[in-house]
Design a protein around this ligand. Structure first.
Ligand code: TYD
Length: 132
């Protein structure tokens, strides 16, 4: 898996009559050992979250409900927007990617993370990020 932000598609198992299940499994469709899982919810629609990058953390983000928009930028200034509008889609974020995130009112963001939480892994100053 190349180390640029990109969408991955999870298989959709099931049927319209029974409903569906999708699976994230380490080394099958997740390129790192998952050390942490978190989810965010009830984010107001007018709020932009994120506003940071990580020195080392890699993540897979899934909008398990609703629509979540990621505006990403690498430290060279390459910008790509991703719209997570289906629970079949995952967004792979390598380290050192700035992200600004918007949520629909019903959005639930699920994150699979490669490392435990460490505040010192956050880069919250955009000017410092651009100098990486
Ligand atoms: P943050 O990652 O800044 O959220 P967002 O990018 O969505 O704006 O985290 C928000 C708060 O939650 C911050 O105070 C740190 C805390 N937090 C943890 O304690 N553990 C975690 O694993 C995460 C992701 C956040």
């Amino acid at each position: 898996m190349n180390k640029i932000p990109h969408l991955i598609m999870f298989d959709r198992i099931g049927s319209a009559g029974l409903g569906y299940i999708s699976v994230a499994e380490v080394s099958k469709n997740i390129p790192f050992d998952v050390k942490r899982v978190y989810w965010t919810y009830y984010t107001p629609q007018d709020v932009i979250r994120g506003g940071h990058a990580h020195f080392e953390l890699e993540q897979i983000i899934i909008a398990v409900s609703g629509i979540i928009t990621f505006a990403t930028e690498d430290s060279q200034g390459n910008k790509v927007d991703f719209i997570l509008d289906s629970p079949e889609k995952g967004l792979f974020l390598p380290s050192k990617i700035w992200r600004d995130i918007k949520f629909s009112h019903n959005a639930v963001l699920l994150c699979l993370a490669s490392k435990k939480y460490k505040d010192s892994d956050y880069i919250r100053d955009y000017e410092i990020f651009k100098k990486l």
